[in-house]
Design a binder for this molecule. Structure first.
Ligand code: ADP
Ligand code: MG
Length: 232
C-alpha cells in the first residue's frame, strides 16, 4: 500500500485551474521529487495534500485513509508533515517553543532530545528566538518541527532556496539520514535539480498543470524537459 496516493486530482485557485488530473504516489520509505518551473503548481500540489487548498475533483489517501475532505490539522495528525516554502518559523518564539507548537501532548523530552541530537545547532540555540537564526538554521528548525510530530511522510517545498552551497550539501546528507532513521518517505519540491536528484529515487515533472513526465531519477536526468531546464 502506498503512503500517499493522488488519483485524478484537479485544483483551481480562484477561478483559475492550476492542476489537472494529478495522479501520483509515494511508496513506504520512498524519496520522490516533484520538479517544474516557477508557477507550474508545485506549491499548490503540496498545499492540496495538506488540505490548505481544496481539490475540485479526484481522490487522495494516506495509506488506506481518504484525506481529501480532512482539515489540515487532521491531515497532520494522520501522519503528513509539511515544511513550507520560506520555512514558516515563528520569529518571536524560541527555537524550543517553535518545536513544541501545536503539540497535543505538550512537552516531550525524549523527542526533543532526539531532535537536538540530530540538529546540534538547535540545541545550542534552543532559547534564542527563531528570528535570530540564519537561513540554514531556520531550515533545520522547520524540518525538526515537522519530524517531532513523527510523520510517515514529509512534504518539503524548496528547502535549499536561499541556502549557501555548504548548507545545501549538509541537507543532501541529512535527508537520506532522516529517511532511514525515522523510516519515513518524502516528497521533495525543488528548483535545484541536481540536489533533488542526489536525494530521491524517482520523480515527477509538472508542466502546464499536468504531470508531464514520471520516471526514475536516472530516467529524469536524461529527459529532454530536464535537459532544457538545466540549459536555461
Ligand atoms: N493564493 C493564490 N491565489 C491565486 N492564485 C495563486 C495563488 N498562489 C498561487 N497561485 C497561482 O497558481 C499557479 C501555481 O502557483 P504555485 O503553486 O505557487 O507554483 P510553483 O510552486 O510551482 O512556483 C500560479 O499561476 C500562481 O499564480
Ligand atoms: Mg512554489
Amino acid at each position: 500500500m502506498n503512503v500517499l496516493s493522488m488519483d485524478g486530482v484537479d485544483v483551481s485557485r480562484g477561478d483559475v485551474p492550476v492542476l489537472h488530473d494529478i495522479t501520483l504516489d509515494v511508496a513506504p520509505g520512498e524519496a520522490v521529487s516533484l520538479l517544474g518551473r516557477n508557477g507550474m503548481g508545485k506549491t499548490t500540489l503540496l498545499r492540496t495534500v495538506m488540505g490548505l487548498t481544496r481539490s475540485s475533483a479526484g481522490r487522495m489517501s494516506l495509506e488506506d485513509r481518504e484525506i481529501q475532505r480532512l482539515e489540515p490539522h487532521a491531515i497532520a495528525r494522520v501522519g503528513i508533515g509539511y515544511v513550507p516554502q520560506g520555512r514558516g518559523i515563528f520569529s518571536k518564539l524560541s527555537v524550543e517553543e517553535n518545536l513544541l507548537v501545536g503539540r497535543q501532548r505538550g512537552r516531550d523530552d525524549e523527542l526533543l532530545a532526539e531532535m537536538y541530537d540530530l540538529f546540534p545547532v538547535l540545541a545550542e540555540r534552543r532559547r534564542l528566538s527563531g528570528g535570530t537564526l540564519s537561513g540554514g538554521e531556520q531550515q533545520m528548525l522547520a524540518i525538526a518541527r515537522c519530524l517531532i510530530r513523527q510523520p510517515k511522510l514529509i512534504l518539503l517545498d524548496e528547502p535549499t532556496e536561499g541556502l549557501q552551497p555548504s548548507l545545501v550539501q549538509r541537507l543532501a546528507e541529512l535527508l537520506p539520514e532522516i529517511r532511514e532513521r525515522f523510516a519515513l518517505s518524502y516528497l521533495l519540491v525543488e528548483q535545484n535539480v541536481d540536489f533533488a536528484f542526489s536525494v530521491t529515487d524517482r520523480g515527477y515533472v509538472l508542466e502546464g498543470g499536468r504531470i508531464a513526465v514520471a520516471g526514475t531519477t536516472p530516467e529524469l536526468r536524461d529527459h529532454k524537459l530536464i535537459v532544457e531546464y538545466l540549459a536555461v
